[in-house]
Ligand binder design. Structure first.
Ligand code: PRP
Ligand code: URA
Length: 207
């Protein structure tokens, strides 16, 4: 399932990311802020529980997100601010890391770091700002699915239509929550209009 945000606030924040004058500090802040908005939009995909807590007026029973069942996995590098956003809001969840780098010639992604905790029975939130060809997301989902989680959802900022649809077709049970779907990829497999190279813009590295 692909769920593109319709929130004008989310669209505003994405447009600020597109602005070439947005510096790295603000770029990371915007990624984090958009992620928090997407997390709120993904509430129906999250595990819930009824819990009794003591309050100043006696016991209170309410609906909570079951943070003990959630793991947030970021696809390095550009997803780091997104993971921080999720883990600031849901402070008791686990975190994991996959690092992938796209080959600039073939556009295929290569895994170079895998530090993911046990996922069996977990609800996994995968964060990555960009879905271009969809290769990185596809490979990450394949690897995660092999580890038998109960459910997978993704939070993404900008995706090219073809890449998002490719990932969704391969993993129809995954809920993809995305801020903005852009129309095309250019010949170098960059999203147009997109925002350029998210990792470089977030971490001030030359293109
Ligand atoms: C970016 C981005 C995605 C990937 C998307 O990472 O964060 O992971 O490209 O492209 P795809 O859909 O065609 O696979 P990149 O490989 O540039 O690594 P970086 O974050 O270290 O710059
Ligand atoms: N990775 C990015 O950071 N941006 C794109 O447009 C495509 C891949």
């Amino acid at each position: 399932m692909i769920s593109e945000s319709t929130s004008p606030i989310v669209k505003h924040l994405v447009n600020r990311l597109r602005d070439a004058h947005t510096d790295a500090f603000m770029f990371r802040w915007l990624l984090k802020e958009i992620t928090k908005q997407l997390l709120a939009e993904s509430y129906d995909s999250l595990p819930l529980m009824e819990k009794k807590v003591p309050t100043w007026q006696g016991n209170f029973v309410g609906t909570f997100i079951d943070e003990t069942r959630i793991t947030c996995i970021s696809i390095l590098r550009a997803a780091l601010p997104m993971q921080e956003g999720v883990m600031e809001t849901l402070g008791d969840i686990e975190g994991g890391f996959l690092a992938m780098k796209r080959d600039e010639e073939t556009h295929e992604s290569r895994l170079y770091y895998d530090r993911v905790p046990d996922l069996s029975g977990k609800v996994v939130i995968v964060v990555d700002p960009m879905v271009a060809t969809g290769g990185s997301l596809h490979d990450a989902l394949e690897l995660i699915q092999r580890r038998k989680p109960a459910k997978i959802l993704t939070l993404n900022v900008i995706g090219a239509k073809e890449g998002v649809e490719k990932a969704s077709a391969a993993f129809p049970d995954v809920d993809i929550h995305i801020a903005q779907i852009d129309p095309i990829l250019n010949k170098d497999a960059y999203i147009v209009p997109g925002l350029g190279d998210a990792g470089d813009r977030a971490f001030n590295t030359p293109e």
